[in-house]
Design a binder for this molecule. Structure first.
Ligand SMILES: Cc1cc2nc3c(=O)[nH]c(=O)nc-3n(C[C@H](O)[C@H](O)[C@H](O)COP(=O)(O)OP(=O)(O)OC[C@H]3O[C@@H](n4cnc5c(N)ncnc54)[C@H](O)[C@@H]3O)c2cc1C
Length: 314
């Protein structure tokens, strides 16, 4: 298993923000994950879990203990005509390209989402009218309370908009089994291309970001980006963190942004939406590492988004 010590986490995230982690481990098998977690939990050490780093804000200060990065769990199996069983560290664009080559449809929406299977299951990642739970058959998790492997069906998991009941601090997604449908590679590729074009038009895909900053407040049926745009938030900047001029729900890193800049900008956006519309926007981005209490409030005042995350306040 590859282990890096005193290593910056920024390169392991799509926003390119994050300080030095004590230790990053890259397990490549279920056994390695189990042994690693046995050791970490028995010593009562701090730990956190990272997939593709495309939906996290990592602290620029301290990331104590062990970061378990799942990208080494990157195997794909094709055990039946319409089935794929996939390690949780497989990147979604690779998976969707793989499925298209086999003439398997259902994962076209994964093209362009830069996360891993584990992150997609936990976040119920979706796009273009599709969500992860619709194509999942089972999910294998390591239950950290019992240290047993459990196989869950979608009925065992509460999936909602960009959320699931899987709690990353207690359950590690190891693999997922997907049931897809047959189609021609050409038709699948054409839908992937269409999805990509739509994304290119509306999102700053070339700028470092962690995707959508806030969850859409579904109870109001207005996208968070529209709310922020109407406030005039596009181009607002603090340090090197800027609200994208293309999509107001994306915070981009102009080059040297740190987590303090990003937190201040997110807080300013939250404050503005609260003052103008009395709406508390809830972050979709998850925190990882140590944050000041004044920064952590971005998440802690929107309770249910914190339960799945690795945040330590000082
Ligand atoms: C340019 C861009 C576009 C995006 N577009 C979309 C989109 O269209 N739709 C969408 O839904 N999202 C989108 N995202 C957000 C992001 O890619 C997804 O949420 C993705 O599913 C996150 O996966 P990840 O592996 O990167 O997770 P990470 O960011 O690494 O982690 C996110 C959370 O999941 C937990 N986690 C990660 N792996 C596991 C695991 N194996 N077991 C348990 N917990 C785990 C982490 O601890 C963390 O709390 C976009 C992001 C970017 C940068």
């Amino acid at each position: 298993m590859k282990i890096l010590e005193k290593t910056e986490l920024a390169p392991f995230t799509t926003m390119r923000v994050g300080g030095v982690a004590d230790k990053i481990c890259f397990p490549t098998s279920t056994d390695e994950v189990v042994n690693l977690m046995d050791g970490v939990l028995s010593k009562n050490e701090p730990w956190s879990l990272l997939g593709g780093g495309s939906n996290v804000l990592v602290s620029s200060d301290e990331i104590p203990g062990t970061v378990i990065c799942t990208t080494g769990l990157n195997w794909i199996e094709h055990p039946g005509p319409d089935l794929l069983v996939v390690g949780s560290g497989v990147r979604l664009p690779r998976l969707s390209a793989y499925a298209s080559r086999l003439g398997l449809s259902g994962m076209e929406f994964y093209e362009g989402i830069p996360g891993t299977v584990g992150g997609a299951v936990v976040m119920n990642a979706g796009a273009h009218g599709w969500s992860t739970h619709q194509i999942l058959e089972t999910v294998t998790i390591l239950n950290l309370k019992t240290m047993r492997l459990d196989i869950l069906t979608p009925k065992d998991i509460n999936f909602g908009y960009r959320m699931s009941s899987i709690n990353s601090t207690e359950q590690i997604v190891l693999s997922a089994r997907y049931r897809l449908t047959k189609d021609t590679e050409e038709a699948i590729r054409s839908r992937m291309k269409e999805n990509n074009l739509a994304r290119q038009k509306s999102q700053p895909i070339k700028d470092p970001s962690a995707g959508c900053t806030f969850r859409n407040p579904i109870e109001l049926n207005i996208p968070a980006g529209k709310i922020l745009d109407s406030i005039g938030a596009k181009n607002w900047a603090i340090g090197s963190a800027q609200v994208s001029c293309k999509h107001a729900n994306f915070v981009i890193n102009l080059g040297n942004a740190n987590s303090h800049d990003v937190c201040k900008l997110i807080s300013k956006l939250q404050q503005a939406a609260l003052e103008k519309y009395n709406i508390l926007l809830k972050p979709e981005i998850k925190p990882l590492g140590i944050f000041d209490k004044s920064e952590a409030i971005i998440w802690t005042n929107a309770d249910e988004t914190v339960k799945n995350s690795f945040i330590i306040t000082k």
